[in-house]
Design a protein around this ligand. Structure first.
Ligand code: DAH
Length: 342
C-alpha cells in the first residue's frame, strides 16, 4: 500500500502534468514552475515533510519524490518546447510573404462635378471673374427677398424649399451669393460663385435633392445684354468647342429684367438635331438676364449709375451632357466603378 506522501506527490504531479499540457504561454509555464520548484513550492514542502515520515515508509517516499522530480523536469522541458514552436508558428503566419505580387494603389481622381466646376471657373477667370463663396444655409432674405422674389412665388413654398425651424433655409440657388458680395463691396463686381443647392424635388433621372450651380454676376457702368451674350458665347466655345453657339429665349426671373433662358448648341450633333437634344439642335443650360434695378437698390447700388448682368448654370446638367451620363443620381452614389470612367 502506497504511503500518504507518495499518494500526495502523485496527485500533485498529475495536476501539474495536466496544467503543463494545457498551458499555451511562457507566463503560464513560469507560474507552474514556481508552484512546484519555487522556494515555497511543492517540492520544498515535500522535502521538509520527508523528515517526519515514519522510518518504514522512507524508502518508498524518497523514491516517489525522486521520480517526481525527474518527471517534472521532463514534462516542463517538453511543455517549453511545445510553447516555443507554437510561438514560431504564429510568427511565421504573421510574416509578410515577400514573394507575393505588390498591391496596386488606385490613384483617386476628381469627381466629374468638381472637374466641371474647375473648368468653368478657369474659363471665367480668364475673363476677369473672381470666385465668391456663400453658405449653404441661407436666410430667407438673401435667398428670396433681396432677389426681388414676390411673397407668393411658388419657389418659397415649403414643398419646394427646405426650411429650418429658425426660419433659415437650405439655399435653392447660388443667386444669394450675389447679394452677399454686393452688400460687402462697391461696384464694379465681377464674380462667379460655384456651389451646392437644395430643392425638395422628387429624385429621378434629372432631379436630385442637392445639385450644383455656378452663378455669374457682373455689375459696372453701361453693362449691356450684348456683354452677357458675348460672355456666354465665349464660355460655351471654351467649354464645348469653337463651333458652339448660344441662343436666348425670353423668360422670367424676379432678379433679372429682362430675363432669358439660354441654350448651347448641341455638342453631340452640332445643332443638326439628335436624341440628346431631342432633335431641337439646342441644349437648355439655365437662366440669365440684366440685374433687376430692384435688386441693385436692395444692396444699396444706384441703378441710375450701375447696371449688370447675371447668369446661373446647372453643373450636373453640363456634366451629364459632357460625359453622356443619363441619370443624375449616378453622380451621387459614390461608386468608384462609375467614377473611374471619367
Ligand atoms: N437662380 C436661377 C435658378 O436657380 C438661375 C438664374 C437665372 C441665375 C437667372 C441668375 C439669373 O443669376 O440671372 O433657376
Amino acid at each position: 500500500m502506497a504511503c500518504d506522501i507518495a499518494i500526495k506527490i502523485k496527485s500533485k504531479m498529475d495536476a501539474a502534468e495536466a496544467a503543463l499540457n494545457s498551458g499555451s504561454t511562457p507566463d503560464e509555464l513560469e507560474s507552474i514552475r514556481i508552484d512546484i520548484l519555487g522556494r515555497n513550492g511543492f517540492f520544498s514542502e515535500i522535502s521538509s515533510e520527508l523528515k517526519n515520515v515514519p522510518r518504514e515508509d522512507k524508502p518508498e517516499a524518497g523514491k516517489a519524490f525522486n521520480e517526481a522530480r525527474n518527471r517534472f523536469t521532463e514534462l516542463f522541458s517538453a511543455a517549453g518546447k511545445r510553447i516555443e514552436s507554437l510561438r514560431k508558428g504564429t510568427e511565421k503566419k504573421l510574416r509578410p510573404d515577400l514573394t507575393l505580387p505588390g498591391r496596386k494603389h488606385r490613384v483617386g481622381k476628381k469627381h466629374p462635378i468638381s472637374r466641371v466646376i474647375d473648368d468653368c471657373v478657369n474659363i471665367f477667370r480668364r475673363l476677369g471673374f473672381i470666385v465668391a463663396d456663400g453658405p449653404e444655409i441661407e436666410t430667407v432674405y438673401n435667398n428670396f427677398d433681396a432677389l426681388n422674389t414676390p411673397d407668393e412665388h411658388p419657389s418659397r413654398d415649403p414643398q419646394d424649399t427646405f426650411y429650418f425651424n429658425d426660419g433659415r433655409l437650405l439655399r435653392t440657388q447660388t443667386s444669394p451669393v450675389q447679394i452677399r458680395v454686393m452688400q460687402k463691396q462697391d461696384p464694379p463686381v465681377r464674380i462667379v460663385a460655384p456651389g451646392r443647392c437644395f430643392r425638395r424635388d422628387t429624385p429621378d433621372a434629372t432631379h436630385s435633392l442637392n445639385f450644383h450651380q455656378i452663378e455669374g454676376l457682373y455689375v459696372d457702368r453701361d453693362v449691356s445684354m450684348a456683354d452677357l451674350k458675348s460672355t456666354l458665347l465665349f464660355f460655351a466655345r471654351e467649354l464645348i468647342g469653337s463651333k458652339a453657339d448660344v441662343r436666348f429665349r425670353p423668360h422670367f426671373f424676379p432678379f433679372t429684367e429682362p430675363s432669358v433662358e439660354y441654350d448651347f448648341s448641341c455638342i453631340m450633333c452640332g445643332g443638326k438635331g439628335c436624341r440628346i437634344c431631342k432633335y431641337s439642335g439646342w441644349l437648355e443650360i439655365s437662366g440669365a438676364g440684366m440685374v433687376n434695378p430692384a435688386v441693385l437698390r436692395n444692396v444699396g447700388y444706384d441703378p441710375e449709375i450701375w447696371s449688370g448682368y447675371a447668369f446661373g448654370m446647372g453643373i450636373e446638367r453640363i456634366a451629364m451632357i459632357r460625359y453622356a451620363i443619363n441619370d443624375i443620381r449616378l453622380l451621387y452614389e459614390n461608386s468608384s466603378r462609375f467614377l473611374h470612367q471619367f
